[in-house]
Design a protein around this ligand. Structure first.
Ligand SMILES: Cc1cc2nc3c(=O)[nH]c(=O)nc-3n(C[C@H](O)[C@H](O)[C@H](O)COP(=O)(O)OP(=O)(O)OC[C@H]3O[C@@H](n4cnc5c(N)ncnc54)[C@H](O)[C@@H]3O)c2cc1C
Length: 292
């Protein structure tokens, strides 16, 4: 199938208007942001909304704003904007690492952080980024605004806590001193979805030991961070042996499935190796920030 089922189309003018339209057209309506996940699903008839509510005019959701110790990113911020933001890269290098390997410029010019998180594809890269950075999701609906942690936001593959009549409006990232982060991904060819990927964020204490850490995996059958790896890192000095131990724990914690992208053993190997790599780089970046 290459032609979507028939649908009606309306452009929302504001967040309030989008919420009114979602309420008016009910469960058979869907918002469309970049359209790079929804439209292919409609063409395959995996999704058959009767109403498409276009939120591309909601410029109020397209922003990157530092607010004290929080970086606020609007849900309609495009991948390209995130990739090109030096402010984001300086605070959270993991975002640029990930954006560099998401799809291609055509997809990145339209696709949004909000659409990526709401699509909740298990191979989608920004969920892992948001998980390890401890981001919060700001959701608005008829009942007002609610702010959810990432564990509360995720509900499993292709499912999130965003209700049919709600909009994801913003992601909030805590800015922490002496912190560093990194993302690494193995893909079959440039621009492809991950065979496997890992992300890490660390905070170093003044004495150089790991004060806090988070490790996440993409496309490897784990929809939360690797708590065992974080626990083994905390309070220790970052060394190759420690990264290897965290990698071993990540490989043990993940639950990949064999598919056209590779067998289970290979994917577990990726969890191990990529975890070591991102921790090594995240710690080096945190040390650099400490010196700077
Ligand atoms: C060829 C190709 C390769 C790709 N490769 C990768 C990759 O390697 N890594 C990766 O992470 N992604 C990849 N993507 C996906 C890409 O990142 C998409 O941009 C993203 O998944 C969806 O963002 P979107 O803005 O296009 O969302 P849309 O397709 O518009 O929407 C996706 C879903 O989210 C809902 N939604 C959108 N915005 C909101 C909101 N603000 N509030 C509530 N619900 C909302 C929609 O109703 C829909 O259900 C690829 C896509 C393509 C086409």
């Amino acid at each position: 199938m290459q032609i979507p089922a028939p649908f009606d189309y309306v452009r929302a003018t504001t967040v309030d208007n989008a919420l009114e339209l979602l309420a008016r057209y009910g469960p058979e309506s869907r918002v469309v942001a970049g359209g790079h996940s929804l439209l292919p699903m409609m063409k395959l008839r995996l999704s058959r909304p009767e109403w498409l509510i276009d939120i591309n005019d909601l410029y109020e959701l397209d922003f990157i704003l530092r607010d004290g110790n929080t970086l606020r990113v609007g849900a309609m911020t495009r991948h390209t904007t995130l990739l090109e933001s030096d402010e984001v890269a300086a605070l959270f290098a993991i975002v640029r690492d990930a954006e560099l390997v998401i799809a291609d410029p055509v997809v990145r010019n339209r696709g949004t952080i909000g659409g990526s998180l709401c699509q909740a594809d298990p191979a989608e890269d920004l969920s892992t980024v948001c998980d390890v950075l401890g981001a919060e999701a700001v959701i608005r609906g008829p009942g007002g605004e609610r702010v959810l942690s990432m564990p509360d936001f995720h509900r499993g593959p292709y499912q999130t806590a965003v209700g049919q009549d709600e909009l994801l409006c913003e992601l909030r990232f805590p800015i922490r001193p002496r912190s560093g982060s990194a993302y690494d991904k193995v893909e079959r060819r440039v621009g492809d979805w991950a065979v496997g990927a890992a992300g890490a964020a660390v905070v170093l204490a003044a004495d150089g030991t790991v004060e806090d850490a988070a490790v996440g995996l993409t496309a490897l059958g784990l929809d939360h961070t690797v708590d065992e790896a974080a626990a083994v890192l905390r309070g220790k000095r970052p060394t190759e042996d420690l990264f290897a131990e965290a990698g071993r724990l990540a490989a043990a914690a993940c639950d990949p499935v064999a598919d056209q992208r590779g067998p289970v053993d290979y994917k577990r190997h990726l969890a191990d190796e990529l975890t070591r790599r991102v921790l090594r780089l995240a710690c080096a970046r945190a040390a650099q920030m400490q010196e700077g």
